[in-house]
Design a protein around this ligand. Structure first.
Ligand SMILES: Cc1ncc(COP(=O)(O)O)c(C=O)c1O
Length: 361
């Protein structure tokens, strides 16, 4: 494919040229149809081309496409109001940016300035996930913040043991360290509640959002306690595109879709059906080691590499995501129907059987 000539070799690429998409379906340039369980890496949260999002973007395009944060804009104001109405209590100030990375960059900067401390504890590489004792050892009075995903996505969908997040909150408070939640993948209804951290009733000091927040338009959001953001002075942090009105219009529409169209409830219900079906497949297929997750954020760990299954999925009309070499990750749009969940399970059954046959051959 000619894109490869220019883009370097940074991504695992699949042989599908996407032409269009709607809801939880994608079509390629040969008009082959796929069920999208990859969900644009979780970005197609409220469904591809969600009607509310499409209408909001169309209507905003006819008004103004760019307004720098030096000026005021009603579309941005409406987004901020809608966002704060749905934010965890106490996180009532916002920095608008354009991606997950930028959202986290801002969070780190704010936390360092507020605490005056430099040391950070990051759950992925410095402290094993779910291990309270090791976190106790890692965090001390010099620690500016602890950052973690309430449910880990990239590392293969890891749900924390009950009580862990509450314990992390306590450790942070004891050390005057801030707690930052990265809800970029787990937030906005994906796990069957607005925030994954709600499952364990834990509120951070800063929360990072991105991926599906603007229905597919690039946007990052850093939600912050007001006293923390208050330490930042004019010009100490900025973003040229942050708060772009197109993204804000799409963001309000996304939040409305989540809260008014039953999508969070659907994530819970369809997530249960998908998880139950996957558990059933596990009981029949020894190559599945574990099924884990919440709502529509599910990982299936296999005993072998998943690459052939992903490629065969494409031939069978199913787009799947991976985590590492041996984990299948499901991040479908929250609008996915029961019919598509059932079809997904049927296709997967075939893929697992074929994989087992290949391995036994
Ligand atoms: C949990 C989490 N945090 C941060 C990021 C980085 O987001 P972005 O690629 O928008 O910079 C990702 C991206 O997959 C993510 O899953």
């Amino acid at each position: 494919m000619s894109e490869d000539q220019y883009l370097g070799n940074l991504y695992q690429r699949f042989p599908v040229t996407v032409e269009k998409a709607l809801g939880s379906h994608v079509w390629d340039t040969d008009n082959n149809e796929y069920i999208d369980c990859m969900g644009g890496y979780g970005v197609a949260l409220v469904g591809h081309r969600n009607e509310r999002v499409v209408n909001a973007i169309k209507s905003q395009i006819d008004k103004v496409i760019t307004v720098h944060s030096s000026f005021y804009n009603k579309t941005r104001e409406e987004f901020l109001q809608t966002l704060i109405n749905n934010a965890p209590s106490g996180l009532s100030q916002v920095h608008l940016n354009n991606s997950g990375a930028e959202s986290i960059e801002a969070a780190i900067k704010f936390a360092r300035k507020f605490t005056g401390k430099k040391k950070m504890v990051e759950k992925v590489s410095f402290s094993p996930y779910g291990d309270v004792n090791s976190l106790h050892d890692a965090v001390d009075k010099d620690t500016a913040f602890v950052i973690l995903e309430p449910i880990q996505g990239e590392s293969g969908i890891h749900v924390p043991p009950d009580g862990f997040l509450q314990e992390v909150r306590k450790i942070c408070d004891e050390n005057d360290s801030l707690l930052i939640f990265d809800e970029i993948q787990s937030g906005l209804g994906r796990t069957g509640s607005m925030w994954a951290s709600e499952h364990w009733k834990t509120i951070p000091d800063i929360m990072c959002l991105a991926k599906g927040i603007a229905g597919g338009v690039p946007m990052g959001v850093t939600l912050v306690r007001p006293d923390i953001l208050a330490v930042m002075k004019k010009g100490e942090h900025s973003s040229t595109f942050g708060g772009n009105p197109l993204a804000c219009a799409a963001g309000t529409a996304t939040l409305q879709a989540l809260t008014q169209d039953g999508l969070i409830e659907n994530a819970k219900n369809m997530g249960e059906k998908l998880s139950n079906g996957l558990e059933e497949l596990k009981s029949k297929h020894a190559i599945i080691r574990e099924v884990r997750g919440k709502g529509l954020m599910i990982g299936v760990e296999l005993k072998f590499e998943v690459k052939d299954i992903l490629m065969e999925g494409i031939k069978n009309g199913l787009l799947l995501l991976y985590s590492g070499r041996n984990i299948l990750r499901f991040l479908p749009p929250l609008v996915i129907s029961e019919e598509d969940v059932m079809k997904t399970l049927q296709i997967l059954e075939k893929l697992l059987t074929n994989e087992e046959n290949r391995r036994n051959a």
